[in-house]
Design a protein around this ligand. Sequence first.
Ligand code: S3P
Length: 177
Amino acid sequence: MAPVPAGNVILVGFMGAGKSVCGRLLARRLGRCFVETDDMIVASDGRPIAEIFRQAGEETFRRLEGEAVAALRLKAGEVIATGGGLPCREGRMEALRELGTVVWLRGELTELLARASRSGARPMLDGRTAEDIETLYRAREPYYARAHLTVDTARLGVDQVVGRIVAALRDPHVARV
Ligand code: S3P
């Protein structure tokens, strides 16, 4: 079986896609370091994400995400989990694709939201109606779809998702678009 490519593996997808949980397990399985762009932002800014949103607004957060992407150029062979909105600006997917293999964890919106509501503060969901959130999701899909690989996560557990990611990374016949 072909080896997993040596470069970074970058996970993208909507809130609740399992980027953090699956990323951590994937890194352990591959013997690699794991990093989250949200953690990089918190470490450099000093405030939790929800506070950055509250005090400085979304645009400031998106600028900090841009700085995190630039800092990722120093990474080699790591597993990187990105925030759900990070790839959804012009040029961001292209920048991520230059860093390694980008994998979209695609799920069903109802499942994603159920998971997202169970863990952590999610400022992008606060005060939004179900319709607003669906609109946001649909607007983001075309960005995520520019990933090299797509792994469907619907009704799968973490272990199964990670298994699928590893298989997709190893399979030279999987289309890399
Ligand atoms: C965001 C997703 C969050 C975090 C921030 C904004 C978004 O990360 O970066 O709250 O815009 O979708 P997760 O995708 O890990 O929840």
